[in-house]
Design a protein around this ligand. Structure first.
Ligand code: MG
Length: 227
């Protein structure tokens, strides 16, 4: 079996800053902090890690017990509202639906996500992008709510996929964080340049292959895993 683990932001969709705006709105409402996400790099990082950094920078302290979870819950409500409006900045990356469909049609392939989003955030983004039917988010995947550390949540996704020693895991992502996490769990890593990091950075980090658009995965899969 070939288990694909897809990153979401920069790989399947671009939220166009909706995540940062939603989080900033929550920090404004709850703590009176303006521009809470300014200067904070979210690419390839987990929601809990981003919230932790915002607390340190804006409030000069770590979140108290349960505080990060409460902020993230409010953020999800805000995000769902933002992505559900006609002014939504969410964009599905070219060929995403067709690529997932083509891979899923192959009997040896299983699809799941490995994302820094908490599970609720992954659900909201994929739902508004029309990509949710391709994944069983309840039973598979690795999420920012599993761990703030990407390698740990990717390992969780591998475990939930039920991947054994005879199987191959392929991580698809747009940042060095995806590549590092893939290497940490011994997965094949496909870097994609539709998000944050350029091809040379992904290659230097150790991506097995770098593609410029999702549809390139289909011929790559056929060539790499030809029977
Ligand atoms: Mg990403």
């Amino acid at each position: 079996m070939i288990h694909y683990l897809f990153d979401i932001d920069g790989t399947l969709v671009r939220a166009g800053g909706a995540g940062a705006r939603s989080l900033a709105a929550v920090m404004m409402t709850r703590y009176g902090v303006a521009d809470a996400c300014r200067g904070i790099s979210a690419a390839g990082r987990t929601d809990p890690a981003i919230v932790h950094e915002i607390f340190e920078k804006a409030l000069g302290r770590a979140p108290a017990e349960g505080e990060s979870e409460a902020v993230i819950a409010a953020y999800l409500e805000e995000l769902d509202r933002a992505l559900g409006t006609s002014g939504s900045t969410l964009r599905v990356l070219p060929g995403a639906a067709d690529t997932l469909h083509a891979l899923a049609a192959r009997p040896e392939v299983r699809l799941a996500v490995a994302t820094g989003n908490v599970r609720g955030g992954a659900r909201i983004k994929l739902h508004h992008a029309g990509l949710a039917p391709h994944f069983d988010l309840d039973r598979t995947g690795g999420y920012g709510c599993d761990s703030a550390v990407r390698a740990v949540l990717v390992a969780r996704a591998v475990e939930r996929a039920g991947a054994g020693p005879a199987d191959t895991v392929v991580v698809v992502g747009d940042t060095v964080h995806d590549v590092n996490a893939a290497r940490a769990v011994g997965a094949v890593c496909v870097g994609i340049t539709t998000g944050s990091d350029p091809a040379e950075v992904l290659s230097a980090a150790g991506a097995d292959v770098v593609i410029d658009e999702l549809p390139a995965l289909v011929p790559w899969h056929a060539a790499r895993f030809a029977a």
